[in-house]
Design a protein. Sequence first.
Length: 141
Amino acid sequence: MPLFFKIIIAFIVIVILIFGFLLLKNQKPKNISDISDVSDGEIIELLKKNEDSNNYMQNFKDFTIKEKVVLTKESILEGQAGQDFKEVYQGLELENNRYLKVELTNAAGDRGMITVIDFENKEVAKAYGLILLRSEVLPNQ
């Protein structure tokens, strides 16, 4: 085989290797970029590792996941400056798609929990229990 063909084959192999390396390098890990796709089962497993959230789930076995919200830089800043539940957002790094805010409620709807899961560290960053109050206006009798 002439030297010219060997050089062309070597060049093609190098180009393919570089292209493959760049594709692998640019792939983002699922656990950070796609946290909105995390299943309820995966969330519950992470919540079991935190004492407060695990106690809540043990005390209220009928709990449901009411809401899941992926936090962005903007939503963290808004939460820190907001009127309610500022504590939930305090101390969080200003990063997109790192945190998932999860709200749990029991079946009666009178007890809840707000948690923030850090998917970079795979741990519960914040967990706050809530007593949910309802007010009803009774009709005049």
